[in-house]
Every structure is written in structure tokens, then in C-alpha cells.
Design a protein around this ligand. Structure first.
Ligand SMILES: C[S@@+](CC[C@H](N)C(=O)[O-])C[C@H]1O[C@@H](n2cnc3c(N)ncnc32)[C@H](O)[C@@H]1O
Length: 234
């Protein structure tokens, strides 16, 4: 068993910032998200990482862009953008009520521990102006529909247990329920594919179930895609 890590803190992301940045480029998920909730007015992007989405947001010429991240390494990269950078944990953010017309959270809120999700969504609801939109993009939130997805979800659960059991990854309907309880209503929903690298599961080798799943995937679907969930709320 590997020493558990915390993916909701700066150490993990500072250590992996170079590799993450090298592997992150504008994606079909980004495009679908910005199509469903086009940036306008004052915009907040939570957990912006290397700023790949931030740059796409800036292309819409919003009135202002505020980006946040817990990792100083990512914040240094974000500092090169014409944006207001806040280097802080999601849980420490504090904006006046009704500060933003758009809020984006791309693959970042699942790093929070379960008990932090409801307060986070309540905070987001408060920061949003009337008529504003919150776009939440999450991975591993889909309901499996075929053998590839079932096996990938099982491998992902094993990897999470192996690395950071505290990551939450609610399914899409659970996210919608949590958001509704925080006062947010869903206005749009979509899925867009992301390529999954089987190599990341090699650390699970030796576990008979993981060995079986990996063997099956390499034989039947060696370059699988998983659906990312895009949820837009008002
Ligand atoms: C999977 S990356 C996504 C980065 C970016 N949103 C993107 O789409 O490329 C997760 C990001 O969440 C940030 N993060 C993780 N936990 C955080 C926390 N507790 N507070 C603020 N940011 C956090 C990480 O530093 C990282 O940039």
C-alpha cells in the first residue's frame, strides 16, 4: 500500500505541476463547457491550474477574470495572464455576495473532502450574481454503460483507494442534488469525452482484480475514453 497523498493541497500539485502542464491542452470538454456557459462579465475560475481554460476564457474578452489555485507553482504560471490571481485553498476564499457573472470549476472540486462540498457550493451560490451561471466540470461522475466504463470505474476506485481515499468524485446526479441543496438549479448538462491513459493504473499490478481489468482493457479497448460531466447551474 502506497503512502496516501492529499490531492487537495499545494504539495501534491507543486510536485506535479510541470507534468500536468505538459499533458494539458485545450480540449473538447473545455470547448463544450464554454459553449454551454459562454464567459461574460466578471468571471471567476476556481482551481485554474496551468491556465489552459483561463486563456480560452480570456478570448471571450470578459470584463474581468479572477483565477484561483492552491498551488504556488500554478499561481506563478497564472500570474503571466491578464487576470487577478488568488493563491489560496478553495475553502479559504471569501468574495462579496454577487461578485461574479460566471464561475467555472474544471475538475477541481472533487479534490475536496466530502464535508467541504456543501459549504463550497453554498459559497459559490452566494458569489454568483442573479442571472449568473456556474459551470462545474467533473470526471468519474458518469453512470457506466459498457464493459470498458465498468472496468475503468473499478480501476479508478482502486487507484483512489491506493493514492488519496479522501477524494470525493460524486456521480453527476449527486452533484446536482448537492448544488440544488445549496440553492443552485441546473440549466444545462452535457458529456464530452476524455482519453484515459491505462499506464496510470500500472501501480495496481499484483492485485488480481486490477490485473484482470487491465488485461481485458489492453486486449479490447487499449485507448479508452471516459465521459466528463459538464453541469451548468443558475
Ligand atoms: C485536475 S487539476 C485541474 C486544473 C485546471 N482546472 C484544468 O482544467 O486544467 C486540479 C486543480 O485543482 C487545484 N486544487 C486542488 N485542491 C485545491 C484546493 N483545495 N484549493 C484550490 N485549488 C485546489 C490543483 O492545484 C489543480 O490546479
Amino acid at each position: 500500500m502506497a503512502t496516501p497523498i492529499r490531492t487537495d493541497g499545494a504539495d501534491y500539485w507543486d510536485a506535479g505541476a510541470v507534468a500536468y502542464t505538459a499533458g494539458r491542452s485545450p480540449s473538447a470538454v473545455d470547448a463544450a463547457t464554454l459553449r454551454l456557459a459562454p464567459p461574460t462579465g466578471d468571471v471567476l475560475e476556481l482551481g485554474a491550474g496551468p491556465g489552459v481554460v483561463s486563456r480560452q476564457i480570456l478570448a471571450f474578452a470578459p470584463a474581468s477574470l479572477t483565477v484561483t489555485d492552491v498551488s504556488p507553482a500554478f499561481c506563478a504560471a497564472l500570474g503571466r495572464l491578464p487576470a487577478h490571481v488568488i493563491c489560496a485553498d478553495h475553502r479559504a476564499l471569501n468574495f462579496p455576495t454577487g461578485s461574479f457573472d460566471r464561475i467555472y470549476a474544471m475538475a477541481t472540486l472533487h479534490h475536496l473532502r466530502e464535508e467541504a462540498l456543501a459549504p463550497m457550493l453554498t459559497a459559490v451560490r452566494g458569489w454568483l450574481r442573479p442571472g449568473g451561471r456556474f459551470a462545474l466540470v467533473e470526471d468519474w461522475a458518469f453512470t457506466p454503460e459498457n464493459a470498458t466504463q465498468q472496468r475503468l470505474l473499478r480501476l479508478r476506485a482502486a487507484l483512489r483507494h491506493h493514492q488519496d481515499p479522501g477524494e470525493t468524485h460524486p456521480d453527476a446526479n449527486t452533484w446536482i442534488g448537492l448544488a440544488f441543496a445549496a440553492g443552485l438549479c441546473q440549466t444545462a448538462r452535457a458529456e464530452a469525452p476524455r482519453r484515459e491513459q491505462l499506464a496510470r493504473y500500472e501501480v495496481l499490478r499484483g492485485d488480481p482484480v486490477a490485473d484482470e481489468d487491465l488485461g481485458w482493457l489492453y486486449a479490447h479497448d487499449p485507448e479508452p475514453e471516459i465521459p466528463m460531466s459538464i453541469l451548468v447551474f443558475a
